[in-house]
Design a protein around this ligand. Structure first.
Ligand code: ACO
Length: 432
């Protein structure tokens, strides 16, 4: 240990031994703790941390969050500036490759992504095989996983060129697969990509185009979607990113790893929350029902969906930007009647000691669902709209993981609480 190295001194009261553990970047190594034992046979001290609430699983230079101050930065750039002045594809490049692209790199990147938007016709048939009412997230998860069978070379995860090709394919094809999962439930024909359109315009075209030659979305809606995509592009070590990293640590191909991320995002405590918010607002139905609803939340019978965050404990900077985007969208679509209930709910909750004392504030999902509904998306599509841009973050994190010499296959410990040394009695005797 060097002289100016920070350290932690731990005294093991079982043995009286003292240990000096180096502190690096604010963390001690769990491996060092493992050296603290009571003897040769002792397993050493482990860390019990369900949900990884205070465990760093990697070193990462992708996204910075200060939950107390409400700061979110991608590769050092504040989210507010990126949402205001950048595009989703530029942000995706920044996240994945670590630097803002030069003009030349940007042109090549946009060209590559634009020309990989089509998917193999067999994948289209696979999607058409789903039941008429299949959840679009289930369809997206399966079709992204299925992409690995179309590109078996993707298993070569250490070759930079091959890796780049899969990254381009995934960023390019996600809107196609997402839009088709939406059209499927509506019984409408799948719309092929239009490479003359921008990333978000093309997505809107594949979602909503019918018989017109070209689908021209309102530029205010295109801009709002672009902002939503930027806000959702990454969020450091959340549940789905952890899933991508954990599955990716087995050195599987990136399609399989991202498919695991989509599965994690599907859950109502993660990306499914905006769908849950909408359902909650509909269930509340009118402003006069809010006090009774808040009472049931405080009783522990309900959760106020779209409130609270594992990291943000004062405000979620994405929620502030989204609230602004709501106004732009409602200017085009007319105000969503559920907005009134949401605003009142937020006002009451922010003044109530239950929420204040637990540091529960609106998160990104509280308002995003209202925008999505105004854009005529059914709630089942909301998480798909999250998964498409988050693919950029998943791939940035996956790429970082693959290059990280410290990483090993993810394999947490457990504290075993079950029986031991039982004697098996065959069923013929047990049931006699
Ligand atoms: N409504 C009511 N009470 C809540 C809520 C909520 N939304 N969130 C947390 N609490 C309470 C808990 O009951 C707990 O109270 P207690 O101390 O009396 O037991 C306390 O606040 C701490 O909550 P935890 O669940 O321990 O906090 P955690 O950090 O594990 O959970 C989470 C974070 C999952 C986001 C949680 O706040 C939640 O369930 N929110 C609603 C779902 C949601 O909006 N998810 C989207 C998150 S953003 C995203 O994924 C993009």
């Amino acid at each position: 240990m060097t002289d100016n190295q920070q350290s932690l001194t731990v005294r093991d009261n079982r043995t009286g031994e003292e240990y000096e553990l180096p502190i690096t970047d604010g963390a001690i190594s769990a491996k060092d703790l493992g050296k603290i034992g009571t003897g040769e046979e002792s397993p050493g001290v482990a860390v019990y941390d369900p949900g990884f609430t205070n465990t760093a699983s990697c070193r990462s230079a992708v996204t910075f969050i200060d939950g107390e101050k409400g700061i979110l930065e991608y590769r050092g750039y504040p989210i507010e500036q990126l949402a205001e002045s950048s595009t989703f594809l530029e942000v995706a490049y920044l996240l994945i490759y670590g630097e803002l692209p030069t003009e030349e790199q940007h042109e090549k990147w946009v060209h590559e992504v634009t020309f990989h938007t089509f998917v193999h016709e067999n994948l289209r048939s696979l999607m058409q095989g789903f039941r008429y009412d299949a959840h679009p997230m289930g369809m997206l998860m399966s079709s992204v996983g299925a992409l690995s069978t179309f590109y078996p070379e993707a298993r070569n995860i250490t070759d930079d060129d091959i890796r780049h090709e899969q990254i381009v394919r995934m960023i390019a094809k996600m809107p196609t697969l997402g839009a088709w999962s939406f059209r499927h439930a509506q019984g409408k024909p799948y719309v092929y990509p239009d490479n003359n359109l921008s990333y978000t315009e093309n997505f809107l075209s594949m979602l909503f185009k019918m018989s017109e030659q070209e689908y021209n979305a309102d530029p205010r809606l295109v801009k709002a979607l672009e902002v939503l995509f930027i806000l959702h592009a990454d969020h450091e070590q959340n549940c789905s990113t952890n899933a991508v990293r954990s599955v990716g640590s087995s050195q599987v191909d990136p399609y399989s790893a991202v498919s695991a991320g989509i599965a994690a995002l599907f859950g109502p405590l993660h990306g499914g929350a905006n769908e849950a918010v909408l359902k909650m607002l509909r269930r509340i139905g009118s402003k006069d029902k809010i006090p009774a609803f808040i009472a049931s939340v405080k009783n522990g019978d309900e959760r106020l969906m779209g409130f609270g965050h594992r990291v943000y404990k004062n405000f979620d900077p994405r929620a502030t930007i989204i609230k602004k985007a709501c106004d732009d969208v409602f200017e085009v679509t007319g105000v969503n009647p559920l907005l009134e209930i949401a605003l009142e709910l937020e006002k009451i909750a922010l003044e109530d000691d239950y929420f204040i004392s637990r540091k529960l504030y609106p998160n990104v999902d509280f308002y995003s669902g209202l925008i999505y509904e105004a854009l005529k998306f059914p709630p089942e599509m909301f998480t798909v709209l999250f998964a498409i841009p988050r693919t950029a973050g998943w791939l940035a994190q996956w790429r970082e993981l693959v290059d990280d010499k410290d990483q090993k296959i993810a394999r947490p410990k457990q504290i075993y609480t079950g029986d031991r040394h039982l004697t098996f009695v065959p069923s013929s005797e047990r049931w006699a």
